[in-house]
Design a binder for this molecule. Structure first.
Ligand code: 5GP
Length: 122
């Protein structure tokens, strides 16, 4: 999957589209998902142009890696999701149905989330 500089999260980063911001630092931005699937549903994105977690982990600087990782945990705490538990999910590529080609980690919480992923179809 190629990086498209006009993807919706790149546009949010450029301030062209609004978001309900939760957290921002030098290398990460977190905001509420526009179509929440749970009481807590946040998205945490790096500010750099990375399409997926494998892309990010291969190319990002140590500072980007540190800030992004810390941002995910901070947002989970800030939203109180650490109290009863939460799930991190990052869809990467076609098999995972990634819709937006800019790395994002979903943080889901505030309800029981079921187990893992769809069972394989026959
Ligand atoms: P994916 O399927 O790529 O893992 O998830 C993309 C997520 O981005 C979806 O949960 C979708 O609701 C969210 N999303 C798409 N467009 C926007 C937007 O303009 N603003 C916000 N806050 N979330 C968005």
């Amino acid at each position: 999957m190629a990086y498209d500089p006009n993807n919706i999260f790149a546009r949010i980063l450029r301030g062209e589209i609004p978001c309900k911001k939760i957290h921002e630092d030098d290398h990460a931005l977190a905001f509420h998902d526009i179509n929440p699937q749970a009481k807590v549903h946040a998205l945490v994105i790096p500010k750099g142009a990375y399409v997926s977690f494998d892309d990010f982990s291969a190319k990002a600087s140590d500072a980007e890696l540190a800030d992004y990782t810390r941002a995910v945990g901070q947002v989970a705490r800030q939203l109180g999701a650490d109290q009863d538990g939460y799930r991190l999910l990052s869809n990467c590529g076609v098999n995972a149905n990634q819709d937006v080609p800019h790395l994002h980690i979903h943080i889901f919480g505030g309800r029981r989330l079921g187990r893992m992923i769809d069972k394989p179809s026959a």
